[in-house]
Design a protein around this ligand. Structure first.
Ligand code: 6R9
Length: 642
């Protein structure tokens, strides 16, 4: 199979081979050029990068801009107000077409409304919403007034919501009455009510702004809760965007770490916007005048932030926003949407692709997908079989696939082929994009280039959209990312290797973070949810390889002495307990009740051995166990495998 770029594609591509050389020759000069070319500054910057307080970076120092102005107003000013910004497709089939001129009015009204509720520059706003246009309006309105948003995935529980609201001390929460999920309305505001229950939260929240979406009954806290249609609809539809410093915080996004406490990753304005706009143009090859772009991620994850809201809108692209699940009301829904809107650039996750493979190629085969010309993948390694299926059945056997490696922390795409430039290699993210530098290190922290040797991925130069820290915890930022191999290297937490051709292959997390369907979950967080159940004495969680979801949550629990093991019933109860505490995505695939857990002498649970059990393998080296017979005990005494 010839996977070298098609000359016709290359001729129109936004990316070029020369970009690699330019960035190599002058790293800062390259980024300064991207920043000036892709972003409108109300005050130009004086210095490209200030790394004097490393690892705390400042990019485009002295520059001022308004991110929402860049994503909305300037397109209207340039005469593109009638271009569609968002084709919204509700799960139930309701649609809404929003032009850039409409978006400008909606964002202005929302900004005025939020300001009227007392939100000022610097205040934090929690956003707990489904995939509807008001979510985009809210994020942009926050950016407009300089109030960092913290979007919390709508699948998270009240408990998860509360810790995130408290950590950021949010002043306002924006939510909806409910959300449509598989054809049914599910409550959403109820979780906000539970999170803010008097006496439990820290009391930072003064208002809850509620969009009516499903029209289900909601409880109402007089004085605190306000309806969107009461406070937004009658606002003036103009709003003067104030310039912000390039380093003004744009958003906080919580992600799992190796301890139970989620990390509030925060991003700032100028550098972030530069890199998301650059990558959406060069990696997704989006041409705003002609393409229809669709990223299927949820806006509650970083992919939704960078590649639904900020990147494509900064570029003035036309995109699809879909509210629902891929199989509602039928398993061809996504392909129906591609056909309907003539989507040309499509960005999704390997877990979705593997699900579609299971459902069968005849389903996409029923739709006209001839508009598709670029495909993207993100969230976890894409196995070559899934890559080939994706290209053949969704990409007309011709579309280049960009396998994009990046993280909440990196803010934007870092390692990926460039369509029209790179000869593709199915299953590999290949190499750092122009402007980005990576290495693979061995256990001693030495870079190597030998093929097939497994090491740790590190980034060797600061980049514009890098996280600026962990909200309220600068020490944890240094310790987590800049200490494992010294302060020269950003430690990504991923294993990686080179192949013979020098392509980078990402091999998954090396820490105790799992990747389930592209969602990052921490073992520690699920373990603490399990032990919060009255029957559980101790718990260990591992991510076991799973054909569909990449990894699946497998839990081993020791019951308390006085707890009764009701077999399957206990297992179901514990699985549901985790779903309630954290959210349905964290629900273990398996819960195994065991008499003991394997521990080292220093008391660390050896998850590696449990992983062997969960993946039905011969158990590996047990010599560092405090009691080496414990693995036999576990295998003999296991009950409750579901
Ligand atoms: C964007 C996003 C980050 C982790 C990352 C890695 C995994 C993401 C990948 C990939 C292999 C890819 N990951 N993209 N692994 N190939 N193309 O997913 O952010 O939720 O923070 O997850 O996801 O393990 O470290 P986030």
């Amino acid at each position: 199979m010839d996977l070298s770029p098609d000359p016709e594609f290359t001729a129109q591509a936004n990316g070029t081979a020369e970009m690699y050389d330019e960035a190599e020759a002058d790293h800062e000069g390259f980024w300064a050029e991207q920043a000036r070319q892709r972003v409108s500054w109300s005050t130009d910057f004086e210095q490209t990068l200030d790394w004097s307080e490393a690892p705390f970076a400042k990019w485009f120092v002295g520059g001022e801009l308004n991110v929402a102005y860049n994503c909305v107003d300037r397109h209207v000013e340039a005469g593109n107000g009638e271009r569609v910004a968002i084709h919204f497709e509700g799960e139930g089939g309701d649609t809404r077409t929003i032009t850039y001129a409409d978006l400008q009015r909606e964002v202005a009204k929302t900004a005025n409304a939020i300001a009227s509720l007392g939100v000022e520059k610097g205040d934090r706003v929690a956003v707990y919403m489904p995939m509807i246009p008001e979510t985009v309006f809210t994020m942009l309105a926050c950016a407009r007034i300089g109030a960092p948003h913290s979007v919390i995935f709508g699948g998270f529980s009240a408990e998860a919501l509360r810790t995130r609201i408290d950590d950021a001390k949010a002043k306002l929460v924006v939510t909806t009455d409910g959300q449509f999920r598989r054809g049914k309305p599910a409550p959403l505001k109820a979780a906000v009510d539970a999170a803010l229950e008097v006496g439990k939260d820290e009391g930072s929240v003064t208002n809850v702004l509620v969009v009516r979406r499903t029209e289900q009954d909601v409880e109402w806290s007089e004085g605190r809760d306000v309806w969107w249609h009461d406070v937004v609809d009658d606002q003036p539809d103009t709003h003067e965007a104030q310039p912000m410093d390039s380093e003004h915080p744009l958003f906080i996004l919580y992600t799992s770490g190796t301890t139970g406490k989620p990390k509030g990753i925060f991003h700032t304005s100028g550098g972030y916007l530069t890199q998301v706009a650059y990558t959406n143009a060069v990696v997704h090859d989006v041409h705003p005048e002609t393409d229809v772009y669709w990223c299927s991620a949820d806006v509650g994850w970083v992919t939704g932030h960078s590649y639904i809201v900020y990147g494509p809108l900064a570029n003035g692209a036309t995109q699809v926003l879909y509210e629902g699940t891929p199989d509602t009301p039928h398993q061809g829904r996504w392909w129906e949407i591609i056909e309907k809107y003539k989507v040309s650039v499509f960005y999704t996750a390997p877990t979705a692709i593997r699900t579609f493979m299971k459902w069968g190629a005849d389903i996409p085969g029923k739709f006209d997908l001839s508009s598709v010309r670029v495909l993207g993948s993100v969230g976890e390694p894409i196995n070559p079989e899934a890559w080939l299926w994706y290209r053949k059945h969704i990409g007309n056997d011709t579309a280049p696939i960009v396998d994009t490696w990046w993280q909440t922390e990196t803010g934007a795409i870092m390692i990926s082929p460039i369509p029209g430039v790179t000869t593709l290699e199915p299953g590999s993210a290949q190499k750092p994009i122009p402007g980005i530098s990576a290495e693979i290190l061995d256990d001693d922290g030495n870079p190597f280039t030998e093929a097939e040797k497994v090491g740790y991925l590190v980034l060797t130069k600061p980049w514009p959209s890098m996280l600026r820290g962990i909200w309220g915890d600068p020490e944890r930022y240094k310790e987590t990312y800049w200490s494992r191999f010294g302060e020269k290297y950003y430690f990504a937490g991923d294993g990686a290797k080179y192949d013979e051709k020098g392509n980078i292959w990402l091999l998954g997390r090396v820490d105790d973070v799992m990747n389930v369907s592209g969602h990052r979950l921490s073992t520690a967080e699920i373990e603490s949810a399990l032990v919060s159940h009255p029957s559980v004495a101790e718990a260990a969680v591992v991510g076991a390889t799973d054909e569909t979801t990449g990894q699946a949550v497998c839990a081993f629990v020791i019951l308390r002495g006085d707890a009764v093991d009701n077999g399957d019933e206990t297992v179901q109860e514990l699985r549901n307990h985790v779903a309630k505490e954290i959210g349905p995505i964290a629900k273990p695939r398996q819960v195994m009740v065991v008499p003991e857990l394997p521990k080292t002498r220093s008391g660390k649970i050896m998850r590696r051995l449990l992983k062997d059990v969960a993946e039905n393998r011969e158990v590996g080296d047990v010599t560092t166990l405090a009691d080496s017979s414990v693995m036999n005990l576990i295998k003999e005494g296991m009950s409750g495998d579901t």
